[in-house]
Write a protein that binds this ligand. Structure first.
Ligand code: GDP
Ligand code: CA
Length: 307
């Protein structure tokens, strides 16, 4: 069994690749919940839903989030009412948030709801929120403090960030399922998700980083930056804004001694030696998963590390 630490899109792509090309292994996803929000009284878990929808092959490739074959009638009415319509919820997607919110109100945990949704969508691998407790990302920016979705969606991550905090994280506990997965899996992979927004709040749940620190030789990571750029989202400029080099080396230095092996893109071949200087081994290979030949090269590279 292999556990993958996950944010949203970068992780969802890696999981579906591994599920397809590394069939001899069983994977478990441990997913960020610091992007979660309550809107219109509904609890919305964007990264859990992205992972679930992608593995179920019902994710919306065009939008980059939400469900395929979506309509927007509710959101349009909401906009006419002067409601909070900037966080666009599709009509079909809404059913997920209604279902989750009702189940939580009945006393179910996020873990239980994630399991129910995965079962409904016939997703075979366990999708585990890192914690059942409420944690929320806030960002200090030029225009004041923003919640994660205000920053990411409303302002399209176009404002400089000074500081990121994960409210509630010190009081949060990882679920038993997560701790069991992290301690019993043979290997752990950190997905090419945003290090500062997606992976940091997974590692920061008390107990997670401490457990991983005992398993360095079993942990590999795939760099989310290719030639210093994120394929999607603000990972590259956030790294610079918060004082880290926006490169595969910068991400490797940021994770430090947590990771024993790195997969970096072939365009970053000149950084391999510098990353090895951090005391880790490195595989240089194509890592763009939207391109089939590049995706299978990445899968082969990961498979040979796993075997
Ligand atoms: P979000 O939660 O949906 O914003 O997504 P994540 O945090 O999981 O991932 C965002 C990161 O995934 C970005 O920094 C992208 O560069 C990275 N990413 C997305 N697709 C790929 C890919 O095919 N290859 C690599 N190496 N990184 C990717
Ligand atoms: Ca996310």
């Amino acid at each position: 069994m292999i556990t993958v630490l996950c944010g949203g899109v970068g992780a969802a792509r890696l999981l579906s690749l591994l599920e397809r090309e590394a069939r001899e292994f069983k994977f478990t996803a441990v997913v960020n919940v610091a992007d979660d929000l309550v809107l219109h009284g509904l609890t919305i878990c964007p990264d859990l839903d992205t992972v679930t929808y992608t593995l179920a092959k019902i994710n919306n490739e065009v939008m980059g989030w939400g469900l395929v074959d979506e309509t927007w009638r509710v959101n349009k009415e909401l906009e006419k009412l002067g409601g909070q319509a900037w966080f666009q919820l599709g009509d079909r997607d809404m059913a997920t948030h209604l279902y989750r919110s009702q189940r939580l109100a009945e006393g179910a945990t996020k873990t239980e709801v994630a399991r129910e949704l995965a079962a409904h969508h016939k997703v075979g691998l366990p999708i585990l929120p890192v914690t059942d407790e409420h944690v929320a990302t806030y960002l200090e920016t030029d225009i004041g403090e923003l919640s994660f979705q205000e920053y990411f969606v409303k302002h399209r991550h176009n404002v400089p960030v000074y500081k990121i905090t994960f409210r509630g994280i010190e009081e949060a506990t990882p679920t038993n399922e997560v701790m069991a997965a992290l301690s019993t899996s043979e290997r752990i992979i950190i997905a090419p998700s945003n290090p500062l927004l997606s992976i940091a709040p997974v590692l920061a749940v008390p107990g997670v980083r401490e457990l991983l620190q005992t398993r360095r030789e079993s942990i590999a990571a795939v760099s989310p930056l290719i030639g210093g750029r994120a394929l999607k989202g603000p990972a590259d400029h956030l790294m610079s804004e918060l004082g880290f080099e926006p490169s595969s080396y910068g991400v490797a230095a940021y994770y430090g001694d947590l990771v024993g092996h790195w997969f970096i893109d072939e365009v970053d071949i000149d950084q391999a030696e510098k990353i090895e200087g951090l005391g880790v081994s490195v595989t240089v290979l194509p890592t763009i998963m939207a391109e089939p030949t590049s995706a299978s090269a990445l899968a082969q590279g990961i498979l040979s590390w796993l075997s």
